[in-house]
Design a binder for this molecule. Structure first.
Ligand code: DGT
Ligand code: CA
Ligand code: CA
Length: 577
């Protein structure tokens, strides 16, 4: 997939054109921004679209005009875009790097460039050390401290990539290998298989009689930028998307053991090996060996290893050494929720607010294709004026439109809701009348995210206690690798949710995944219910459901814990309206 990289480049071109100022129209800057969003959200590889249908096919995508389609063509053919290189040379400004810092938008970065000549994170760190930023107009000491915090946070994240970027890439590589006819088996393992929210590197296991040909094929793949190490059974490469990938060729007789070993996690494996030793076995990536050195599983599936050790085989998402091994030994593993159990989606944006372009009909059609039966339309409330939030009249208009759409729709139902702001005083950003018209309320914090813990806890607890909230949307507000979670006492939040029958969202956007696994495990102990929501702003985001389901599984949830596995009637009954 070149989409991610291409979207980044187009976005950067927009940033740099903005710097050029007068010479370029706002329209052109906007065109690049739009194109970046389109390409970033594509399911299909933009390179593939070009190869199949040329520039014409690219221009059929929303927001892609002739000149940008030309850039994409140039990128596919040569791996570069001359216009980008030219601008980049002129500014030598690492906007992508700088804007990865929390709270550092393009505007701020430009200002720092203009005033202090800061071109990259390195420059910025120097300027921070010399306290040159606090004296700038519009910055100050607090802002300086915040930038420092943002840099610290980014450095802690250690270059781990979002699952939402890593998994599609891994799947594409795996599928190409299978299609090549060179391998009998290809399997994604490691943290990607465990659906961890971020991935350090990809691990792909292969079975083949043609080891050298396979490794040659791999190092020549379009996705591969450079080769780190190459051998007949182990090859490591650097991928163009900025991630390493380990490939291992495994003997038929060890495949099951290798899958178990390379799925991990490491802590889970260490614990498993202790158990094996106690039972008189030796466990490693080649097999489970008895005292006489005979392989007790010999290539069978990984479940045979668990069986030989006297336990049930848990799904990969649980393998984090958080008590799952003990459950498996007692044969008490929960039956985890599956993607196929999902019946609807309770957090979807329409073109009535925000940056979504989806009509209600588009949403219904897209959802039906995925086998969903209902979707809750959750346009923003008025405080989110930046996102075109709706006032009382706006919601009334949307709800009338939903009524009309529902009359036309067969076997699908749109629910009336809103993503309603929890205001600073803990009240909700809608009128009594609007509240009365909604099937349910999805409430969320969008402002003052850095408020101190006590204040934030009270704000959320008060909102949950209002009796108006059905679902708490993206409860901690974090953006992975970008923004830290809001500070709230989650025990108090979960208690309040329990007392007021509020459902916790597991927001499935790859950059949110909020609640995360640890919070899900904690909320689960309070007996709470959950809703896995895509928070979709475009049709392609409906695919995010699987990341949310992954997080739910990492939090040990079953079908019954997730309300959007129920039919619409039961959901509405449960939400008490
Ligand atoms: P990552 O790449 O940081 O997102 O996380 P993983 O879990 O993919 O870790 P990685 O790529 O270092 O190794 C893949 C798997 O190999 C890991 O999940 C478990 C296994 N493994 C790696 N190192 C060890 C080790 O020292 N001992 C054991 N028992 N297993 C290991
Ligand atoms: Ca890995
Ligand atoms: Ca690895």
């Amino acid at each position: 997939m070149i989409n991610q990289k291409l979207a980044e480049i187009l976005g950067e071109i927009a940033d740099m054109l903005e710097l050029e100022g007068e010479k370029y129209s706002r329209f052109e800057v906007l065109a690049y921004r739009k194109a970046a969003i389109t390409i970033g959200g594509l399911q299909e590889d933009a390179g593939e679209i070009y190869r199949k249908g040329g520039v014409g096919a690219l221009m059929e995508l929303p927001g892609i005009g002739k000149s940008i389609a030309g850039h994409i063509e140039e990128y596919v053919k040569t791996g570069r875009i001359a216009k980008y290189d030219r601008l980049k040379k002129k500014y030598k400004l690492d906007i992508a790097g700088l804007t990865k810092i929390q709270g550092m938008g393009a505007k701020k970065a430009f200002k720092l460039y203009e005033k202090l000549g800061i071109r990259n994170v390195q420059d910025l760190k120097k300027a921070l050390a010399q306290h040159r930023i606090r004296d700038l107009e519009g910055f100050g000491e607090q802002s300086e401290a915040q930038i420092q915090k943002g840099i610290d946070f980014l450095e802690q994240s250690g270059g781990r990539m979002l699952l939402g970027a890593a998994l599609p890439e891994a799947e594409s590589i795996r599928d190409k290998l299978l299609a090549s006819g060179l391998v009998d088996k290809a399997m994604i393992c490691g943290s990607t298989r465990r659906m961890r929210e971020t991935v350090g590197d990809l691990d792909i296991l292969l079975q083949s009689d043609r080891g050298e040909a396979v490794m040659d094929y791999i190092t020549r793949m379009q996705e591969v930028e450079s080769t780190i190490a190459k051998g007949p059974t182990k090859t490591s490469v650097r991928l163009a998307i900025g991630l390493n990938c380990d490939f291992r060729l495994v003997e038929r007789s060890s495949f099951g053991a290798a899958v178990q070993y390379f799925t991990g996690s490491k802590d889970h494996n260490v614990r498993l090996r202790e158990i094996a030793i106690r039972k008189g076995y030796k466990l490693n990536e080649y097999g489970l060996f008895d005292r006489r050195g005979r392989n007790a599983v010999a290539g069978k599936g990984e479940e045979d290893i668990y069986a030989a050790l006297g336990m049930d085989c848990m799904e990969p998402e649980m393998r984090e050494c958080r008590g799952e091994i003990e459950l498996a030994q007692r044969h008490e593993l929960p039956r985890l929720v599956q993607l196929g159990d999902v019946a609807g989606d309770l957090h979807v944006h329409s073109r009535n607010s925000g940056d979504s372009s989806n009509s209600l009909e588009d949403i219904a059609a897209g959802m039906k294709l995925l086998g969903r039966d209902y979707a809750g339309i959750t346009d923003h409330s008025k405080s989110e004026y930046m996102n075109g939030g709706l006032d009382e009249k706006g919601y009334a208009r949307v709800f009338a439109e939903i009524d009309r759409a529902n009359d036309r729709l067969d076997g699908f139902r749109l629910l009336k809701s809103g993503e309603v702001d929890i205001l600073k005083d803990g009240t909700l950003d809608i009128s009594r009348k609007t509240f009365g018209e909604m099937d349910y309320v999805l409430a969320a914090v969008h402002s003052g995210l850095r408020d101190p813990k006590e204040k934030m806890t009270k704000r959320i607890v008060d909102a949950l206690g209002s009796g108006q909230v059905s679902v708490l949307g993206h409860p901690t507000g974090r953006l992975i690798n970008e923004r830290e979670p809001l500070q709230a006492d989650m025990d108090k939040v979960f208690e309040a949710a329990k007392d007021n029958n509020v459902v916790m969202e597991i927001n499935a956007q790859p950059s949110r995944l909020d609640l995360n696994d640890e919070n899900v495990l904690k909320a689960r102990k309070y007996g709470l219910k959950f809703a896995i929501d895509t928070d979709a702003h475009r049709i392609s985001h409906f695919q995010y459901m699987r990341y949310g389901v992954g997080m739910a599984k990492r939090g040990w949830l079953s079908r019954e814990d997730i309300i959007n596995t129920y039919d619409a009637k039961r959901v509405l009954k449960l939400l008490g309206r």
